[in-house]
Design a protein around this ligand. Structure first.
Ligand SMILES: Cc1ncc(COP(=O)(O)O)c(C=O)c1O
Length: 400
């Protein structure tokens, strides 16, 4: 009955088969590198306790529990605009929309740009949640290669063959989920060249931007575009930020920073979808951000850097020949490429049975279904002893 009345977009929204396997993670003897989440032991709990108590105090209690503007809490938008300026993106609160996590921004941007059969350019692999958000708008995907050997005309022709046009390039630019890799400055510049040639938007996903452990920061794509064009109002890059990886994912507070015509369309979507993000959470985040953002992020950086180093070291010790991995300068993930004949999903099933170690098989991150011999490991959650033991077991599994 339902299949005849569900919309066509539902056929593109499928649960991943690995979800079933990952349900087993609750079992206490499993070592999990599968999650992609911050360590809850590092949440700034006291700062949030104080912030929520104050928010519900006499000065802001009515405001905190009331409906509020779709654009977001003005003092939070001002604080974000100041942060963006420090990254080389001069802007005002009118360039900022608060969203319920950056995931909501990805959904809105899919809705804003994609008609069925249009093309979105994404890397192979890319953030699974971006594919999930965009899939609802029934696009085709083509492979984004920042140092491309494919010309703009090739991209345009392939999109036309599929019955639409290229609308945007999506890129998780710093310490990407799932690979941990960063697009260098030249790659960002060539992404802008491509976007100008094709007249498309660039969606810059900066979810992990603050979590750099070494190497020099690279300006956001939006900053590089402003350096070329003079003003954010002339830019095609749409920056999606988030407090999930720095302060708390549970409060669901993210933002979009872009030219005003984009923000005003997204505000219409926000009004239609959920009116606004939770007022009380926005006020509390503002207080915590003002009180301790930089200090807290530097604490996270030193904790996660140690775990990254520990995992890289354990991989060097325990991985057999033929397995290679990325060397991320930040973020939460290391990406392994296994020998061609190995399949990540098959290895996960075997691992849960014999070694009790979990990870995420890489195929689901590939819009074309390739990447069977890849897996994603998370290092932000497990402690050092768990990393050593888990990687040792993973080595035994891959050695067969
Ligand atoms: C690359 C990337 N973008 C966006 C998100 C969404 O995060 P949130 O909606 O919590 O801001 C995630 C979450 O894991 C992510 O890894």
């Amino acid at each position: 009955m339902w299949d005849q009345i569900f919309s066509s977009r539902m056929s593109r929204m499928t649960a991943s088969e690995i979800r079933e396997l990952l349900k087993l993670l609750d079992q206490p003897d499993i070592i999990s590198f599968a999650g992609g989440i911050p360590d809850p032991k590092l949440f700034p709990v006291t700062a949030f306790q104080d912030a929520f108590a104050e928010t519900l105090g006499p000065d802001t209690q009515s405001e905190a529990l009331q409906y509020s503007a779709s654009e977001g809490y003005p003092p939070l938008r001002d604080w974000i605009a100041e942060q963006m300026a420090k990254l080389g993106v001069p802007c005002t609160r009118d360039n900022i929309l608060i969203t319920s996590g950056s995931q909501q921004a990805l959904d809105y941007l899919g809705k804003l740009f994609l008609s069925p059969n249009d093309t979105a350019l994404v890397s192979w692999p890319t953030y699974l949640g971006a594919l999930g958000a965009f899939n609802a708008y029934e696009p085709h995907y083509d492979r984004l290669m920042p140092h491309a050997n494919r010309t703009p005309a090739d991209y345009a022709a392939r999109a036309a063959d599929n019955g639409g046009r290229v609308k945007f390039a999506y890129a998780s630019v710093d310490f990407a989920n799932p690979t941990g890799e960063t697009i260098d400055r030249a790659g960002r510049e060539s992404l802008l060249d491509l976007a100008d040639d094709l007249n498309i938007a660039v969606i810059e996903d900066a979810a992990y931007q603050s979590l750099r452990y070494d190497g020099d920061a690279i300006p956001p794509v939006l900053a590089l575009e402003i350096a070329r064009k003079g003003s954010i109002e002339d830019c095609r890059t749409i920056y999606c930020g988030s407090f999930s990886k720095t302060l708390s994912p549970g409060l669901r507070v993210g933002w979009v920073c872009a030219a005003k015509p984009v923000i005003s369309r997204l505000v219409l979507m926000k009004q239609a979808a959920d009116l606004h993000s939770a007022t009380i959470n926005q006020i509390a985040i503002t207080k915590v951000a003002k009180a301790c953002f930089d200090e807290h992020v530097s604490k996270l950086r030193s904790a996660y850097k140690k775990r990254r180093d520990y995992m890289l070291n354990a991989l060097s010790k325990h991985m057999p020949d033929g397995v290679t991995w990325t060397q991320p300068e930040g973020g939460m993930f290391i990406w392994l490429t296994l020998p061609d004949h190995m399949d990540g999903a098959t290895m996960l099933a075997k691992s849960l049975e014999t070694q009790r170690v979990a990870f995420v098989p890489g195929r689901a991150f590939h819009a074309d279904g390739s990447g069977g011999n890849t897996i994603r490991l998370n290092f932000s959650l497990p402690d050092e002893a768990t990393i050593e033991e888990g990687i040792k077991r993973l080595g035994a599994l891959l050695r067969g």
